[in-house]
Design a protein. Structure first.
Length: 403
């Protein structure tokens, strides 16, 4: 590859920002069991301390997404102070995730609930999340609704869409010009018969009606098996409606495993469509600013139930970087020529050549040039952090789902 091309690939890799989820630092589990791990953060600040380690070793993960109320606890309720704490650690606070799925009131839904009092309560929470964004300087409000029904006839599917649209439009109006909402979809779970935002088409249709500040969030674990996620990505980017990713891996359903663990080839295909759609162009600052370019947020949304959390997050960041590097290595001119000529095998070969390239040395150089570590996993293991947090984080209650 010509030297100037390598330089351009490196520049793009250096400007990528991978946002880590505060909840991935805390304890999590399946509905069968949460296995608590020693050294897990007890406060939001301790989650940020762990995130700062991920950033220190990788150099591309300075943003941390919050989940409310999981990250609303005692002293950390002052989100302006929390944002300065993050800044002191070289971090900034990212997407604010609303949570209208863990209270008894939400048994039959939140914003689509048949009872207006429950809908009001859910909307109040969404509004509160925007207040928090004002304090943290966050751009994105991430909305995922567990709303749906378990049995045919349980509720009116159309009426639920009307209620959903009403709430979305109210919160959309509350956003400032610099803020956005990203609407996440998921095929099923916890609702097993109908889900109110089950797929990208439903999310897209709502976002289109709402306006330019509303975009779709693609969680890679939220589709039916065999879904061509890269097609969805290509389509949404073309329409200017791709707002964010929740990256994770799945073998079966919403497994929330480390991004790139189950299917690195799929992650590469997704990142190639992001690149082709202009999602990697510009500086990190330009991409973070509303209205500038495609503005896609690369977030992780995963849970580390059986593996140590901080290195699992480091590994996930590296996996996203590797997929991105391979996507950037695709020889687009050769690909376009083969496509024009209808040369199926050559076109496919161009993509496979990039996918089969070992990009680890290139990424090691990128990290070194960023002042991070060539081998983040080894550097973390040697840092003593894992042992220190086990020693020091004693007493108190560990953070986890619902805490
Ligand atoms: C729902 O499955 C989801 O993907 C949403 O993004 C939630 O906010 C998150 O998981 C909770 O872990
Ligand atoms: Mn998600
Ligand atoms: Mn999920």
């Amino acid at each position: 590859m010509p030297e100037q091309d390598v330089a351009a690939v490196k520049t793009a890799l250096k400007s990528q920002r991978i946002e880590t989820p505060s909840w991935a630092y805390g304890n999590s589990g399946t509905r069968f069991k949460v296995f608590a791990q020693a050294g897990v953060p007890r406060t939001v600040r301790e989650k940020l301390d762990d995130a700062a380690r991920v950033q220190r070793h990788t150099g591309v993960a300075p943003v941390v997404a919050l989940h409310i109320p999981w990250d609303r606890a005692g002293a950390d309720d002052d989100f302006t102070a929390l944002a300065s704490y993050a800044a002191d650690k070289g971090l900034r606070l990212g997407a604010v995730n609303a949570n209208v799925f863990q209270e008894d009131a939400y048994k039959l839904g939140s914003v689509a609930h048949p009872d207006p009092a429950v809908r009001r309560k859910a909307l109040d929470h969404l509004m509160e999340c925007v207040d928090i964004m004002d304090a943290t300087g966050s751009r994105d409000l991430k909305l995922w609704f567990a709303d749906g029904t378990n049995y045919p006839g349980q509720d009116d599917i159309r009426a639920r869409q009307d209620r959903l649209a009403e709430a979305l439009s109210a919160v959309y109006e509350r956003l400032s010009e610099k803020q956005r909402l990203v609407l996440e979809y998921k095929l099923f779970e916890p609702a097993f018969y109908s889900t109110d935002v089950p797929d990208w088409g439903t999310s897209y249709a709502h976002c289109l009606k709402l306006g330019p500040k509303a975009r779709v969030c693609v969680d890679t674990g939220h589709h039916a098996p065999g879904t061509n996620i890269e097609f969805i990505v290509a389509f949404l980017l073309r329409e200017g409606k791709l707002g964010a990713f929740d990256f994770n891996s799945r073998f079966y359903a919403d497994d929330d495993l480390m991004a790139g663990a189950a299917d690195p080839f799929q992650l590469f295909r997704i990142m190639y469509e992001v690149r082709a759609g202009g999602g990697l162009e510009g500086t990190a600052e330009e991409r973070a600013a509303e209205g500038e370019g495609p503005g896609v947020a690369f977030m992780l949304d995963q849970c580390h139930n059986i593996e140590p959390k901080v290195p699992a997050i480091i590994r996930s960041v590296m996996n996203v970087q590797e997929a991105t590097a391979k996507a950037l290595l695709v020889d687009r001119e050769a690909l376009a020529a083969a496509q024009r000529a209808g040369d199926v095998l050559t076109a496919n070969g161009v993509l496979m050549d990039a996918f089969n390239t070992d990009v680890r040395p290139l990424l090691a150089d990128v990290r070194e040039e960023l002042g991070a570590d060539r081998d983040p996993m080894a550097a973390y293991a040697a840092s003593g952090w894992a042992e220190a947090i086990v020693r020091e984080r004693v007493g108190g209650e560990q953070a986890g789902w619902g805490a």
